[in-house]
Design a protein around this ligand. Structure first.
Ligand code: ZN
Length: 138
């Protein structure tokens, strides 16, 4: 069995943002040389997400509005966590959008369903953060 590991770095210039990272993950898969197996991709920070969905700007706007309704950033004093920081909402948004994705690898390709793409979701940006890509198979 082959094993591959790589860290991808991101710095989103705003507090929140989504970035399609499918191309970078596919590059990892090419580098690995693995044809059949599983790929794990996870955010290495507790205020960021990796998730799979459609690359459609209206949907991403809808996520932003929905997440702000569920866990508004302000007023920051509404959260106990913010005695220490101002990012309690970012922890909650991350929890909803998820930590990681697992994708099957078939014939050397990510075995996606229709319209599926991989995204990095940032909820407390303006600093460098990592995403782990781990691939196992043969
Ligand atoms: Zn925090």
């Amino acid at each position: 069995m082959k094993s591959y590991r790589k860290e991808l770095w991101f710095e989103i210039p705003a507090r929140r943002g989504f970035r399609n990272i499918t191309g970078q993950v596919e590059e990892c898969l090419r580098e690995s040389g693995i044809r059949e197996g599983l790929l794990l991709c996870n955010a290495m920070h507790i205020t960021a997400s990796v998730f799979i969905n459609d690359d459609e700007s209206g949907l991403h706007h809808d996520y932003e509005v929905w997440l702000e309704k569920l866990a508004p950033h302000a007023p920051v004093a509404q959260y106990r966590h913010n005695g220490y920081e101002d990012n309690a909402d970012a922890h909650m948004k991350r929890q909803i959008m998820g930590r990681e994705v697992v994708v099957a690898i078939t014939g050397g390709k990510l075995d996606f369903g229709t319209w599926e793409q991989i995204f990095y979701g940032e909820f407390d940006g303006r600093r460098k953060k990592r995403v782990l890509v781990k691939i196992i198979g043969e």
